[in-house]
Each structure stands twice: as structure tokens, then as C-alpha cells.
Design a protein around this ligand. Structure first.
Ligand SMILES: C[S@@+](CC[C@H](N)C(=O)[O-])C[C@H]1O[C@@H](n2cnc3c(N)ncnc32)[C@H](O)[C@@H]1O
Length: 196
């Protein structure tokens, strides 16, 4: 029987501390991207945020319109324990696919690969819906095979290009030059702008 990737599955992973994806700090590519952003007023969403180290960094740099979303209560509590002044209204314990909102920027890191590949077209549509006109989806996608029965699910640039091109102008989708060491050579950096 295929594994049920529901809220309970992910919550259990946090409760049992089986979080192999968690690198414990902001990743170099996302930090480098954030460091060149000029406008600190932009609205930002990090879906499938987990312990959300990027959100801590953003918050500490003055990006106070940052929102984090995950359907694991434990993940959000872990984050809040580390950044107690982050507003509760910007902590969203919800299903990504049901979320409604409008953002200038959405950050991706090991969320896409956590979803069943059958949901990829819906992911692209929902990302498009959640972005304001000219909004951007930026982050990292694995560019390797990985698993097919359970997450992380892999993929490659040849399949991602046509998938995202239906809803986004692909400004950057290329091998990431500054990945953290364990992910070197296995990820793509993406910067995609919402098509109208
Ligand atoms: C592999 S983890 C990645 C966490 C984080 N991005 C990181 O890099 O450490 C995937 C996360 O997505 C969350 N998730 C999976 N499906 C979701 C959904 N439909 N709605 C909201 N969160 C979801 C899980 O709870 C989990 O925290």
C-alpha cells in the first residue's frame, strides 16, 4: 500500500525526531539569495517550512512580513521556541493546497520533494495562485533520482522545465553552485516569475 503522506505522517516524524532533511541552519543558497534582497517590506511565504531556519534568518534581518506554513504543529512550535517574538498570526498550521494568501516571494526547500509526484501539477498551480503579479518562487529542487516510493522524491531538470513553464517564466533553473556540502551536485537553484 502506498505510504500516506498526511499531516499525521509528518507530525510523527517531528515527534520521533526522524528529520533527516533538517540541516539545522539556513542553507547557503537561500542565505545568499536573501542577502541581496533590498526591499524588507515584501510578503514572503515558506511552505512546508519545518523548523524554518530561513524564517529565523529573514526575521532577524528585518523581513517582518514573513509567513511560515506547515501542517506539523511540532515543527511550528520548534520554530516559535527559537524565535519567540515571531507573530503567531504568521505561523500557519495548514495544508498548503488549501492555503489562501498572496505573496511577493515564496521560498522552496525540500517541500516539493516531500510531496507525492502526482501532486506536482497541483503544486505548480497553487504556487502560481499564491503569488502576486510578478511574484517569485525561489529555492532549490533535487536534480537526482532519489526514491520513488517514499520521500524524498527525486526528479530532474528535463521534467521540471515543462512542468513549471506552464505557469512561470523560468529565469533561473540551473545546477546550484553554492549548495551545502552534502547536497553538492544534486540540486538546482530556481528563480521563477509568475506568468499572468
Ligand atoms: C522534508 S520536510 C522539509 C522541511 C523544511 N523545508 C526543511 O528544509 O527543513 C517537508 C515538510 O513539508 C510539510 N508538509 C508536507 N506536506 C504538506 C502540506 N500538504 N501542507 C503543509 N505542509 C506540508 C511537512 O510537515 C514537513 O515539515
Amino acid at each position: 500500500m502506498p505510504i500516506q503522506l498526511d499531516a499525521e505522517f509528518w507530525e510523527n516524524r517531528y515527534q520521533q525526531e526522524q528529520t533527516g532533511w533538517d540541516i539545522g541552519h539556513i542553507s547557503t543558497p537561500l542565505k545568499t539569495y536573501i542577502d541581496q534582497l533590498q526591499d524588507k517590506q515584501i510578503t514572503i511565504l515558506i511552505p512546508g517550512c519545518g523548523n524554518a531556519y530561513e524564517a529565523r534568518y529573514l526575521w532577524q534581518q528585518g523581513f517582518h512580513n514573513t509567513h511560515i506554513l506547515d501542517w506539523s504543529a511540532s515543527a511550528l512550535q520548534n520554530f516559535k521556541a527559537q524565535q519567540s517574538d515571531f507573530p503567531d498570526k504568521q505561523l500557519l498550521q495548514e495544508d498548503f493546497f488549501k492555503h489562501q494568501g498572496q505573496y511577493d516571494l515564496i521560498l522552496e526547500q525540500t517541500f516539493f520533494c516531500a510531496l507525492s509526484p502526482t501532486l506536482r501539477p497541483a503544486y505548480v498551480q497553487q504556487m502560481h495562485r499564491l503569488l502576486k503579479p510578478k511574484g517569485k518562487l525561489v529555492g532549490l529542487l533535487f536534480n537526482i533520482l532519489l526514491h520513488t516510493e517514499h520521500p524524498p522524491f527525486g526528479g530532474n531538470i528535463e521534467e521540471y522545465r515543462p512542468l513549471f513553464a506552464t505557469h512561470f517564466d523560468i529565469q533561473i533553473m540551473e545546477p546550484c553552485y553554492n549548495s551545502i556540502k552534502p547536497r553538492q551536485g544534486s540540486e538546482l537553484f530556481i528563480k521563477l516569475t509568475k506568468l499572468l
